[in-house]
Design a protein around this ligand. Structure first.
Ligand SMILES: NC(=O)c1ccc[n+]([C@@H]2O[C@H](COP(=O)([O-])OP(=O)(O)OC[C@H]3O[C@@H](n4cnc5c(N)ncnc54)[C@H](OP(=O)(O)O)[C@@H]3O)[C@@H](O)[C@H]2O)c1
Length: 277
């Protein structure tokens, strides 16, 4: 029995690909944790639209990795620096999905179900370390917009179609230790925004859980990605309870479990080996 068994809410024991026929948009899907989730979702049958920031190479490498695993993917780059960028992301998504629908002659998507994905993974979430008394107004605006406002805008955007289809999966990413309200010495703005995502997830669960839509937040521990520099790697390693930072794949495996189970809804889930930062 696989842990994907109840993706549709049933208890069927089956080895079929659990996300077959579903379209996933992974925002920040070309690197780090988002990339690993995109790969696993593709293996599980979802058609993936990858969003990346600026690296054409990372986009190409991730698409290639999906093809190599027998998956289906398209993708685009779009820097997210203001609220309007979310509109651009969804326009690009629709263009990718419409093209794929046309090429595959997929009735469901040709008839318009491509404006919004079945699965939204919002992985991108920039981080900046600064003492509270050195956090500028611009830092506050940037970090809260990127880590709370824009995920919120994206969720509001996908929710109507998910409700209409009576199926949807939304996965958001908190910060390390933002699973409950805590104080933070050097990441107050980032962590405050990330803690707020819990309210967003619980609100979706309350409003749309009955219609088969789930929204959850995973709070990773210190995770080594290709974006971590030497100093970040050393910090992550030193602070991690096992003496080793998490791999993006470890976080992604939990993400898949959460996405596959409709009974997990409005949850804020630390995947962090119990680290305290
Ligand atoms: N890594 C950790 O230790 C850690 C710990 C706790 C929580 N988290 C949270 O977990 C999530 C995933 O983190 P991560 O470290 O794997 O990756 P990340 O740096 O948040 O995201 C990388 C992805 O975002 C894209 N991206 C980068 N800058 C962008 C921009 N200006 N506009 C649009 N897209 C942009 C990248 O594309 P390009 O490669 O093209 O730039 C890539 O696809 C985040 O929400 C993060 O806050 C991470």
């Amino acid at each position: 029995m696989s842990f994907f068994q109840n993706v549709d809410g049933g208890v069927e024991k089956t080895e079929r690909k659990p996300f077959s026929g579903k379209r996933a948009l992974v925002i920040g899907g070309t690197g780090g944790v988002g990339k690993e989730i995109a790969l696993l979702l593709a293996e599980a049958g979802a058609r993936i639209t990858l969003h990346g920031g600026s690296s054409q190479e990372r986009l190409a490498v991730t698409m290639e990795a999906i093809y190599e695993r027998g998956g289906e993917a398209d993708g685009f780059l779009c820097r997210i620096d203001n609220v309007e960028a979310v509109d651009r992301v969804f326009s690009e998504y629709s263009a990718c999905a419409a093209r794929a629908a046309y090429l595959s002659r997929n009735e469901r998507f040709i008839n318009g179900a491509y404006h919004s994905p079945d699965i939204l993974v919002y992985a991108y979430g920039p981080f900046k370390r600064a003492a509270l008394n050195e956090t500028s107004a611009a830092d506050w605006q940037f970090l809260t917009q990127q880590n709370l406002t824009l995920p919120g805008v994206a969720v509001s955007r996908v929710l109507p179609s998910m409700l209409e289809r009576k199926w949807g999966r939304i996965l958001l990413f908190g910060g390390t230790n933002t699973d409950v309200i805590r104080g933070f010495v050097t990441t107050t703005a980032y962590s405050a925004a990330k803690t707020g995502l819990g309210v967003l997830a619980k609100s979706v669960a309350k409003a749309a859980g009955g219609a088969g839509v789930t929204c959850n937040v995973i709070c990773p521990g210190l995770t080594d990605t290709e974006y971590a520099d030497e100093a970040a790697r050393a910090y992550n390693q030193g602070k991690s309870p096992s003496g080793k930072a998490l791999s993006p794949k470890m976080v992604a495996l939990t993400a898949m479990y959460v996405l596959a189970n409709r009974s997990i809804n409005g949850a804020i889930i630390p995947v962090d080996e119990g680290v305290v930062v």
